[in-house]
Design a binder for this molecule. Structure first.
Ligand SMILES: [Zn+2]
Length: 358
């Protein structure tokens, strides 16, 4: 191990402390990483905050429209202070400023070279290096947050250029917001736009879901590839679709159990989550009604609209929930089509033509 946990200080933010404690309880295997995270947050929020804030450069005026704020940025850091922070986290053997620079630039080749000259494990140093860059990048995130254009529709972070660490659903209407795990910047992206390639056509989009989402009631499939998809739910992956197979009531049943889990998480939070609770209760009620009514796939959108109309004026919250359910159903529907396409041996549109030409 490159660092000594005893030397690391803890963040004073009570909410953060509590969340880290929860993560520590739920994932004891992540202890080493959590120690690093706590130290980086403490440095960002308390001890080094003012010094790191002073290092943030101005964004270059000639920056291309789709380039992040830190495009070709130069940082004038205090060698002693920055070196002391990096050495505290990554050990005294590494070249502190070179490590910080490579981490900010996500330059893995350079990080590997630094690891071999310090005699460190390259994988461990890569993770540690990212943590050394957190206080500097968080300062940049704070400085540029108000300047992020609402028209920024790129999948990468508008401040530091990294891919998002997570996607959040916010508000009653469950807007999709991406979050950078390095500088903490959040930016909105339309729900049906692929983060990685910008595809917006819903019939060209799909997502991968674990097999355990529903009992497999279909006949065994030909070939190995169609039987199992990876056990990760990766929203936003591009795929291609044909005819779907699930009924809305099946998907609604799964959404309802996912909601029960998220309700449990909400109750454990300390902040006021009452607005979330109102939205969740509405969504739960609508899902339960959809399970009972069991509308056909082609009639589901109309059925949802009827529920909103029946609720009368002031049904904005219900409409937002109905839209959110419809969107989730459509994504699951596309996932079915994607699985079927895989099960049929992933046929290509070009294949019949190629055969005919032979
Ligand atoms: Zn970022």
């Amino acid at each position: 191990m490159l660092w000594s946990p005893a030397k690391l200080r803890r963040p004073r933010n009570v909410d953060v402390q509590q969340r880290v404690a929860e993560a520590r309880r739920d994932h004891p295997e992540a202890e080493a990483w959590l120690e690093l995270l706590e130290a980086a947050l403490a440095e960002s929020e308390n001890e080094g905050k003012a010094a790191w804030d002073a290092v943030v450069p101005a964004a270059p005026a000639d920056r291309p429209a789709n380039a992040p704020f830190l495009f070709r940025a130069q940082f004038a850091v205090n060698r002693r202070a920055a070196g002391s922070w990096v050495h505290r986290i990554a050990g005294r053997e590494v070249d502190a400023l070179a490590l910080l620079e490579a981490a900010v630039c996500q330059d893995d080749t350079r990080l590997e070279t630094l690891a071999s000259s310090a005699g460190a494990d390259p994988e461990a140093l890569r993770v540690t290096a990212q943590m050394t860059a957190v206080p500097l990048l968080q300062a940049c995130g704070r400085a540029f947050a108000a300047q992020v254009a609402p028209t920024w529709w790129e999948g990468y972070c508008p401040v530091c250029g990294a891919w998002p660490t997570l996607a959040e659903s916010i508000g009653l209407e469950r807007k999709r917001q991406l979050r950078c795990g390095r500088c903490g910047t959040a930016w909105a992206l339309p729900p049906l736009r692929c983060v990685f390639c910008g595809e917006v056509a819903h019939d060209q989009l799909g997502y991968l879901a674990p097999d355990a989402r529903r009992p497999d009631h279909r006949a065994p499939r030909r070939g190995g590839v169609g039987a199992r998809l990876p056990a990760a739910r990766t929203s936003g992956l591009c795929a291609r679709g044909t005819a779907g197979v699930s009924r809305p009531s099946e998907i609604c049943r799964e959404l309802l159990s996912a909601l029960a889990a998220s309700e449990g998480r909400r109750k454990r939070r300390k902040r006021d989550t009452t607005p979330d609770a109102i939205g969740l209760a509405m969504k739960e009620d609508l899902l339960e009604r959809a399970i009972v009514a069991d509308p056909a796939p082609e009639a589901f959108e109309e059925w949802l609209q009827q529920q909103c109309l029946a609720a009368g004026p002031g049904e904005g919250g219900l409409r937002a929930m109905a839209l959110s359910i419809f969107e989730e159903w459509r994504l699951a529907h596309e996932a079915d089509a994607f699985r079927d396409w895989l099960a049929r041996g992933a046929p290509s549109d070009d294949a019949p033509r190629a055969e005919a030409e032979r």
